[in-house]
Design a protein around this ligand. Structure first.
Ligand SMILES: [Ca+2]
Ligand SMILES: [Ca+2]
Ligand SMILES: [Ca+2]
Ligand SMILES: [Ca+2]
Length: 482
């Protein structure tokens, strides 16, 4: 996102495994990432999803690894006692870093462990997995944002992703949100979307009062008793603090999350951009940093929203997940399933794959979390303003559900700015926004009904035919009138 200031016109399709910090550090004209090292420790035949990026100049720094070295996520058998878990850790001298999932009821307890430096880590994993109390051991994968940045300008009338065939301005390949607005559907403050991403500039003029946990006030007390003190705007799971907006140099810490939020719900205030929802509430669960985001933090972020909905009465209808990469994680899949049972849709970027910047088939080269089969997952490909599949966008006849605008998308970025980004990251919040708009219009609709309405109303689109589940693109107005 240094391209923000570089002022170059080049747009780069970013691979799923982009190291944000690297991408941000190079000028637009030379942006790219080194190939990631192969993922070790995966079972034979398992495809590590470590898509790589375009050739890069020698000036870039090395890519971060695909997983956190020396850390493993351990899922225990349901009911495994504290003593049994301690025994398992003790067998390999592993240290408990944090409890990732609580294992309430019949669920599995999940722990993040650090393996001892001295030990052969492959052996340690093997021994852990052999423990009768242990259900699985997996790497603590690192996931990446799915966007690219391009030019730092904002131009009036460029929000093609919101247009429809008959809107003014018109673009039939837009999401047709404009027609829904014209019909009086502009969203509701009673509908919440969880943004699992970087943080959000909650004070951005186009986002002010849009990001809010309703049960919390800034008073040093955990008012809603969810275990997080003063999570007024959400929680920073990467920094373990209440401050979801850190900004950083050039906004690099939170541009991507702020961009996603603007597409879901930037204000209709005659300034800047406008989101799919003129009115909506968002809550930020920050877990992506310039080094990517860890699976362990992603699990906690997902469970944060599930808990807010189940135990604290917050009407979370969806989470937006514009990130991916890493590999298959049982812990992550189980967290998504807990969200599913809570009626929270999990809208996920199909991923920007390809060593040459060209999208991959998720059915053969899965990009997670989009590729999980949970019923609440909606996997989103990116299309261009002329209806083509964006060159960087992944696809998949069984694994990618629908296309949405994802190239040259204007939205909010840090420090009160606006930027055009491209990526399946940008397509995803059009769909998450559509979920919220639908939920505002149909407050009683189940998550399954919302998903069906969005997918069943997809407009047949040549570029998506035969390579996505619906073969079509998002039409928000069509969905809302179903
Ligand atoms: Ca709280
Ligand atoms: Ca408080
Ligand atoms: Ca923070
Ligand atoms: Ca606005």
């Amino acid at each position: 996102m240094s391209q923000l200031l570089a002022g170059r016109g080049q747009r780069i399709a970013v691979a799923a495994a982009v190291v944000a910090g690297v991408a941000l550090a190079v000028p637009a004209a030379t942006a790219g990432r080194p190939a990631l090292p192969a993922v070790s420790g995966t079972a034979a035949g398992q495809v590590p999803t470590s898509p790589t990026a375009a050739p890069i100049p020698a000036t870039t720094s090395p890519a971060a690894p695909d997983f956190v070295p020396g850390e493993v996520l351990v899922g225990y058998e349901p009911g495994a006692s504290a003593a049994a878990r301690g025994l398992a850790r003790g067998r390999v001298g592993a240290r408990l870093v944090e409890q990732v999932a609580s294992g309430a009821g019949k669920a599995r307890q999940v722990e993040l462990l650090r393996l001892p430096e001295a030990m052969n880590r492959g052996q340690a994993k093997h021994r852990l997995a052999a423990d009768p109390a242990v259900a699985y051991v997996e790497p603590n994968w690192i996931y990446r944002e799915q966007a690219t940045s391009s030019d730092p300008y904002f131009t009036d009338g460029s929000l093609w992703g919101m247009y429809g065939r008959r809107s003014d301005p018109a673009n039939r390949f837009g999401s047709n949100a404009a027609a829904a607005w014209a019909a009086g559907q502009t969203g509701s403050a009673r509908v919440y979307v969880g943004v699992i991403d970087e943080g959000i500039q909650v004070s951005h003029p186009d986002l002010s009062r849009r990001v809010r946990n309703p049960g919390e006030t800034a008073n040093g007390v955990d008012d809603d008793k969810n275990g997080y003190v003063d999570d007024v705007h959400g929680w920073d799971f990467s920094g373990n603090d209440k401050k979801v907006y850190d900004g950083g140099m050039l906004g690099l810490a939170d541009n991507h999350g702020t961009h996603v939020a603007g597409t879901i719900g930037a204000r209709a205030n005659d300034a800047g951009v406008v989101g799919v929802n003129w009115n909506v509430r968002m809550i930020s669960a920050k877990f992506l940093t310039s080094d990517g985001g860890k699976a362990s933090d992603a699990v906690r972020a997902i469970d944060y929203f599930t808990d807010l909905k189940v135990n604290h009465g917050v009407n979370v209808v969806a989470t937006n997940n514009s990130w991916g990469g890493g590999g298959y994680s049982q812990a992550l899949r189980d967290a998504i399933e807990r969200a599913n049972r809570a009626g929270i849709l999990f809208v996920a970027a199909a991923g920007n794959g390809g060593i040459d910047g060209i999208g991959d088939d998720n059915d053969t080269t899965p990009s997670y979390p989009a590729a999980y089969g949970n019923r609440n997952v909606i996997s989103v490909a990116a299309i261009t303003r002329t209806g083509a599949l964006a060159t960087f966008s992944n696809y998949g006849l069984s694994g990618v559900d629908i296309g949405a605008p994802g190239q040259d998308i204007a939205s909010t970025t840090a420090y009160d700015s606006y930027s055009f980004y491209s990526g399946t990251s940008m397509a995803t919040p059009h769909v998450a926004g559509a979920v919220a708009l639908y939920a505002a219009a149909h407050p009683e609709a189940s998550s399954a009904a919302i998903k069906s309405a969005l997918l069943d109303s997809a407009v047949p689109t040549a570029s998506l035919s035969g390579i996505t589940v619906t073969g079509g693109r998002l039409d928000i107005n069509a969905a809302l009138t179903r």
